[in-house]
Design a protein around this ligand. Sequence first.
Ligand SMILES: [Cu+2]
Length: 127
Amino acid sequence: MKRWMLLLTMVCALSVGCMAAEPETLAAGALQVTASFDGGDAKIGQNILHITVSDRDGAKLPGAVVTVDPQMPTHGHGSSETPVVKDGGQGAYTASPVTLQMQGHWKITVTATHDTETGATVLDVTL
Ligand SMILES: [Cu+2]
């Protein structure tokens, strides 16, 4: 498990995506989860989140259970709406509405579960 995470970190460091300005990070877990806001940037109000889920070998993974949990850590509350996640097939998922109802710092945790494996990514957004 530890060796896998080290490998993941190395792969991540070598890829262009991780060096881009996108607020995207890989968190621990066997599944690889990416998430990006429709149109590039999050805005106050309702957003759409595009999510991909891959297995540890990078193969796209449909049929995962994906949840999106937006929280404001400094305010101690979450979103005013619960995002609905749709499986678009071939490892692509869409969450809507991802409602960020006020200015400030949001942490949006995207978690995927497939059989016994999980993976997550956390988006840091300041509006
Ligand atoms: Cu708040």
